[in-house]
Design a binder for this molecule. Structure first.
Ligand code: PLP
Ligand code: SF4
Length: 430
């Protein structure tokens, strides 16, 4: 039987049967937090992933359903008060005000990395690292469901000013042809795998035609949120054929798959989807942020990585949640993160130790936390906008108690100050 995608937004909570058995206060919290952050779920997640016996303590529930702790008490109270007393437009203004305090564009995402062509900004492109371009197809500005911790949350809320996206596939292709040093394109979003076969093939065919391109990556959470995309949904065979064209053309296809918890790897549907994807010649690499309330235990990561390798997937990154949105709710401090990463890796055999981490995607690059000895943090950039800065170990110490992010650290030795350019910029408010 062909599965039917049925999604629920914040206004449809009452029609989710599972929620009717839960405490009314929990639903009230979801509604209030859902004023600020985007919410969406679907029938696959509800029926297959969430353990309703565990309810609000279930990690997949917490991954998908907003929680009161994602807002400060002050914001929560203001919203609750305003919802019952303010006029519609005044309330919308309050919502906007609160959103703007949540650092909607961390690490200079919109201003620093968008390339130009003849003086015109190429919206929808981000070119930060020499070899790799990120592309946000205008057709993938949504996901099959939303993650509560998503750092791209402003893209999904209706305020048009906060979004950035591309309508111009042609300008991407021109940019790639002008810049043959670019070997990788990462299609991202949202989730490019919300595209149907017709639209997807337009993007893929165009990319296959770029000679200098070697690797096409697709960032997706569809193996968690809608694996029927690759198994039984109408059009799934066409989707698989389009993906196969990439590997047939001699390019590498990497499905950069977002998994947060081993519970996402259990259903028969996801296992079939993985098999079908791998049969196209694609490699599936996995990445996820480390999150309190969802996956902040080393056993969760070791189980997840072990299971992934068994299914033929390649663990790639463990991220730390960025300084945006509900970071205060989800982020562990750097010492705890390091401890979880090391404990997880130490339990596993060498072929399961491919995930780099903990990694922070900061203003100038991806910073890997290597160790912490006697209050000195050892770090290196895995990627930097200046390639010469990558893979050199440098030291940091805490600028504030319980550091959770790169900008909470400061330099130990004066000659290493250039590694902390970012922190200086933030301090002067650039
Ligand atoms: C992570 C990232 C990439 C890809 O980096 P790899 O180390 O090659 O996986 C490219 N662009 C941006 C902006 C990124 O954050
Ligand atoms: S799947 Fe990715 S882009 Fe979509 S909500 Fe989750 S983290 Fe955000």
């Amino acid at each position: 039987m062909t599965p039917k995608y049925k999604s629920y937004n914040i206004h449809a909570l009452e029609s989710i049967p599972y929620l009717q058995k839960m405490d009314k206060a929990i639903i009230e919290d979801i509604k209030i937090v859902g004023e600020i952050y985007p919410f969406k779920t679907n029938n696959y997640v509800l029926d297959n992933l969430i353990d309703w016996e565990r309810g609000i303590d279930d990690p997949i529930f917490r991954l998908n359903f907003p929680h009161r702790g994602m807002l400060t008490e002050e914001h929560y109270d203001k919203l609750k008060w305003g919802r019952d007393r303010l006029a519609k437009d005044e309330f919308a203004e309050l919502v906007d005000q609160i959103r703007m305090t949540l650092n909607p564009h961390p690490a200079g995402q919109t201003s620093f990395n968008v390339p130009f062509e003849n003086g015109v900004r190429l919206e929808g492109l981000q070119h930060k690292y020499r070899n790799t371009v990120l592309y946000f197809p205008s057709h993938s500005q949504t996901c099959h469901a939303y993650c509560t911790f998503c750092f791209r949350w402003p893209q999904f809320v209706s305020n048009a000013e906060l979004k950035f996206q591309s309508k111009e596939l042609d300008s991407l292709i021109r940019y790639l042809n002008y810049n043959p040093q670019i070997t990788d394109v990462l299609l991202t979003g949202g989730d490019p795998m919300v595209m149907g076969p017709q639209i997807l093939s337009r993007y893929i065919d165009a990319l296959i035609g770029v000679k200098s391109l070697r690797n096409i990556r697709i960032g997706t959470k569809s193996l968690t949120f809608w694996p029927f995309k690759f198994t039984a949904e109408e059009g799934h065979q066409e989707v698989l054929q389009i993906l196969r064209k990439v590997t047939d053309s001699g390019k590498h296809l990497a499905i950069m798959s977002h998994f947060n918890h081993p519970a996402e790897l259990k259903s028969d549907v996801v296992i079939d989807a993985i098999k079908n994807l791998r049969a196209t010649g694609a490699e599936i690499r996995t990445q996820a942020p480390l999150l309190r309330t969802i996956n902040n235990k080393s056993e969760i990561w070791s189980e997840m990585w072990e299971r992934q390798v068994q299914l033929g997937l390649i663990p790639y990154y463990m991220f730390l949640p960025r300084d945006t949105g509900a970071q205060h709710h989800f982020a562990e401090d750097l010492r705890t993160a390091l401890h979880i990463y090391k404990n997880a890796i130490q339990k596993l055999s060498g072929i399961c130790r491919t995930a780099k981490g903990p990694v922070m995607s900061a203003l100038h690059g991806k910073v890997e936390l290597l160790d912490c000895v006697d209050d000195v943090f050892y770090l290196r950039y895995l990627q930097h906008r200046d390639p010469g800065m990558a893979y050199k170990v440098f030291k940091g110490r805490e600028a504030i108690d319980n550091p959770k992010w790169f900008s909470d650290l400061t330099t130990v030795d004066k000659y290493e100050e250039r590694y902390f350019e970012e922190v200086k910029r933030v301090e002067v408010g650039v």
